[in-house]
Design a protein around this ligand. Sequence first.
Ligand code: DX5
Ligand code: ZN
Length: 222
Amino acid sequence: MALLASSILAADFTNIKDAVLIAENAGADIIHVDIMDGHFVPNLTFGPKLITAIKKTTSLPVDVHLMVDDPQAIAPLFIEAGADWISIHIEASVHLHKDISFIKENGLKAGLALNPATPILHMQNIIQELDYVLIMTVNPGWGGQQFIEASHTKITRLKNWIKGQNLDILIEIDGGVSLENMDQLMLDGVDVFVVGSSIYRSKNPKNTIIKMKKILAGDKMP
Ligand code: DX5
Ligand code: ZN
């Protein structure tokens, strides 16, 4: 079954604890936390202390998405803080093999994130080392953007590559996911859905998560 990662970027920042508990109680599988450094993307978000605080609040795995220029310097801080999954951007890492190996050696799941215009072939010499690939389906930096439709082809190509090589790698997508496009994305082969605005900006975040989980369980598949 595909997994739902609740992205707290769209939550009320004065009440992050509630956002995490709503996600956990409604059946979300993962808490997704976006780290932005003001360089790789213009926006700024959270530091490692938030991860430690969230880990005290929930038993769900915490997936840290590093949108930072220097993942080699920043990843250790989030490993130390208790992250379970960490993704770094292929566009940012200079020593990619070293950075991915470091995350895995510390017992975490290591992911590689790709911006919308970055070809999947750029992963040719690293893909076999990865636990997951994070396909950005919007340009990173903000929540609430529109899903980029060309992502469907990118995801299906990646799925075929993974299947063809018999690799054990999850496809995670991030940005513009909603109740409306999840069915198709399931068919494309997505394994992990990151969702922010469609959950936390909805009238009833708990019900939205429950509905999404039903789709991911295949209840609404054609
Ligand atoms: C965007 C972030 C996403 C963001 C997605 O840079 O990486 O994780 O939370 O937000 P929505 O679901 O609102 O598009
Ligand atoms: Zn993200």
